[in-house]
Design a protein around this ligand. Sequence first.
Ligand code: NAP
Length: 248
Amino acid sequence: MTKVAIVTGGSRGIGRATSLKLGAAGYTVVVNYASNDAAARQVVADIANAGGSAIAVKGDVANEADVLALFAAADKLGPLKALINNAGIMDRQNRLDEMSAERMKRLFDINILGSFLCAREAVKRMSLRHGGAGGVIVNQSSAAAVLGAPALGIEYAASKGAIDTLTIGLGREVAAEGIRVNAVRPGIIDTEIHDSSGIKGRVQMMRDQIPMKREGKAEEVADVILWLCSEQSSYVTGAIVPVAGGRC
Ligand code: NAP
């Protein structure tokens, strides 16, 4: 039986690691991405070379038409079993009194609206109420949601607070409809997202603030996402799992 997984932002960082692991676990993976065609092509090739199956679908999760096209592409492959709501951005390190409305709106559109639109489309396909066969949604929160990220980017932190609420609320909304909704709450993970902060070596600078005294790897987050997709977490819903080396 084909089982399809959509990974938004599946071409780099945590999304890439998750796409590779889902491919190895037998999912047909739909690797969504925004602009970097080469990175997306590479993930698809890596999954195929390991004996799995994947396609890449370009599209901005903040754009409803792109989201509908993404899910339509997935529909052609088989029943959707998993949505990894991973796509997200960070902006330059700034205080609130230095942020433009455009900056905040762009980030909220990608990090919040994008995840809501994708979750809506997943529920329409997976819910027993709509004739679906159930499935899982895993959202990407962040330690910032509980730490607040003062003077770093509280708009980013607040966007992840919204993801926490989406996880709790939707988890309960569809719990009796065969869908489990959970989130991971990563701390400092070594990916390219930190380059957007404008601070060189940001990941290394943060090490002292992490109880385990090291940053995490994308694969360490992907392993928890895979567990949340699996039957091993069959009684877990509405949960937000910290993957932060003890930081939150
Ligand atoms: P990353 O390395 O920068 O990768 C981001 C991915 O998202 C890329 O595949 C990118 O595609 C895609 N993307 C960006 N904007 C998009 C859009 N509008 N529509 C569709 N795809 C889009 O990021 P990451 O560090 O892996 O972060 C992944 C998620 O984890 C984010 O939600 C982030 O907030 C969260 N997170 C990360 C950390 C961390 O320390 N890294 C900690 C906590 C939470 P292109 O390459 O085509 O641009």
